[in-house]
Design a protein around this ligand. Structure first.
Ligand code: ZN
Ligand code: ZN
Ligand code: ZN
Ligand code: ZN
Length: 244
């Protein structure tokens, strides 16, 4: 019934035509196989710069794309609509993920195997999240490590680098269909000389757009004079609430 769409760009082979398709105007008498083919924006720009061929956006394709279905890049037969394609590819439970820790960069992991890799291999703390009220004094010892807060078949990962505090949601979005987004409030504290939370360094207070698996930058760690950030200990205060 639906038209199954191939939205890969003829230049880079990435599924980028969903976000506007372009075509070189030289469709005959060309020596370049990209001429006359559908290209993504960046490939069409590169093509125009190299060949001086003008490229135009293929406006007539938009309505055809909106009426069709697209396959999940990780599993055949998913029948995604263009409207939910982008969200699905970032939250698909079959998406291969690379370990985000510097000097590791192992891959591929899936949402559940990445969480256990961070705990077992990188020494991340592992605690449960109650989904109501603040969870206080979560230890986040040193840069290059972090904490995995375990929810119901999902993980909320926080880690610190020399420049900032980062967050990743890991989970099976298909099993969480009815819970598209959540409220995320995070406060980052520096530990005092007694090892207890002392000064607030930064915070992030915002609804998280959706349950997608991307690295999100939460806040910058201010540079403190005479303090080597790699020698510091940190604590988090975290509130996670589902938005109905
Ligand atoms: Zn391209
Ligand atoms: Zn051309
Ligand atoms: Zn999928
Ligand atoms: Zn790793």
């Amino acid at each position: 019934m639906f038209m199954r769409l191939d939205l890969s760009c003829s230049g880079c082979r990435q599924l980028r035509l969903l976000d506007r398709a372009y075509q070189c105007t030289l469709t005959a008498g060309s020596l370049d196989e990209a001429c006359g083919q559908l290209l993504c924006y960046s490939c069409s720009r590169a093509h125009s710069i190299i060949t001086s061929h003008p490229c135009f956006r293929v406006v007539g394709l938009d309505s055809r794309i909106m009426a069709g279905v697209i396959d999940c890049p990780y599993r055949y037969g998913a029948n995604l609509t263009p409207a939910n394609y982008m969200k699905h590819t970032r939250s698909c439970n079959l998406r291969g993920l690379m370990c985000p820790m510097a000097m590791c960069r192992q891959k591929p992991f899936f949402w559940n195997t990445l969480a256990s890799h961070l705990i077992d291999h990188h020494g991340f703390f592992n605690e449960n999240i109650p989904y109501e009220g603040y969870k206080e004094d979560i230890p986040l010892i040193r840069c290059g490590t972090g904490v995995v807060l375990e929810g119901q078949e999902e993980y909320f990962v926080f880690f610190i680098t020399e420049t900032g505090l980062y967050f990743i949601w890991l989970g099976d979005a298909e099993a969480k269909h009815d819970l598209p987004s959540f409220l995320l409030k995070v406060h980052l504290y520096q530990a005092g000389s007694d090892g207890r939370p002392r000064e607030e360094l930064g915070h992030y207070l915002s609804p998280h757009p959706t349950r997608i698996m991307d690295v999100i930058h939460l806040c910058v760690i201010p540079s403190v004079a005479n303090i080597n950030i790699t020698q510091q200990s940190f604590y988090l205060r975290v509130l996670i609430e589902d938005r109905a």
